[in-house]
Ligand binder design. Structure first.
Ligand code: CDP
Length: 232
């Protein structure tokens, strides 16, 4: 890594665009921390489902979000065999794969659209970034969470491409969705994420927009490494 490498790196974009994959690998190359902010909202959604808290109850969800202990860390060697990129602990319990369940996918965007839930998540995200040397991915990292990031990247790709990636991931996990079903789910989240009043999905004015549709995962990684000022 060169000395001129960006320290705080924000990567935003819609579902299935490859943010986490590229973010994890970029952080690894640079020797940085990585945070997928989506897991925070997924953890709140999962906890709400487990406790029977209605997804329409903003105040209850805010209290829940503020009270949860969500820890994201690199996998231990004993866990790494199952393809996970990181491990998520919710109040001490490993929920890494539960966060990807269709039940969570179905409600996470409604949970994340509540302004009070987003506010409750801000300190957590900013604390993690305070020391620098971090790659954080999400929807509003460059616009709201870390507006002073050294580098902001916004990834985009057509819905069909993104749905195809999500479909493959779910087949690999032993699920049996139809491609049409996955496309509909991704489109549903796109719709809510892009049109909510608070922190909607959009590129920051100073973000570099990268279309990943025609690029392999390695090509995207090389491109963002270059932009970050790191060594490929
Ligand atoms: O991995 P994928 O892009 O499918 O989803 P994710 O990044 O885990 O995010 C799940 C949901 O959390 C998104 O659809 C958003 O509704 C919400 N989210 C958000 O509102 N703000 C963020 N910074 C990250 C995620």
């Amino acid at each position: 890594m060169g000395n001129g490498a960006a320290s705080v790196i924000a990567i935003d974009g819609p579902a299935g665009v490859g943010k986490s994959t590229v973010g994890v690998q970029l952080a690894e190359r640079l020797g940085y921390l990585f945070l997928d902010s989506g897991v925070l909202y997924r953890a709140v959604a999962l906890a709400a489902l487990q406790r029977g808290i209605p997804i329409g109850d903003e105040a209850e969800l805010r209290d829940l979000a503020a009270s949860l202990n969500i820890e994201v860390r690199l996998p231990h060697p004993s866990e790494a065999h199952d393809q996970r990129q990181y491990t998520v602990l919710l109040d001490g319990t490993d929920v890494t794969w539960q966060l990807r369940q269709p039940q969570v996918e179905a409600v996470v965007s409604e949970v994340a659209a509540w302004p009070a839930v987003r506010t409750a998540m801000l300190p957590h995200q900013r604390n993690i970034a305070a020391a620098g040397r971090i790659v954080m991915v999400g929807r509003d990292i460059g616009t709201v969470v870390l507006p002073n990031a050294d580098l902001k990247i916004y990834l985009e790709a057509p819905l069909q491409e993104r749905a195809k990636r999500r479909y493959k991931e779910r087949i690999e996990r032993g699920e049996h969705p139809s491609i049409a079903q996955v496309e509909q789910e991704v489109a549903h989240r796109d719709e809510i994420d892009s049109h909510r009043a608070t922190s909607p999905l959009r590129p920051a004015e100073d973000a570099i927009i990268l279309n990943t549709g025609d690029l392999s995962a390695d090509e995207v990684l090389d491109k963002v490494t270059q932009l970050a000022g790191g060594v490929i």
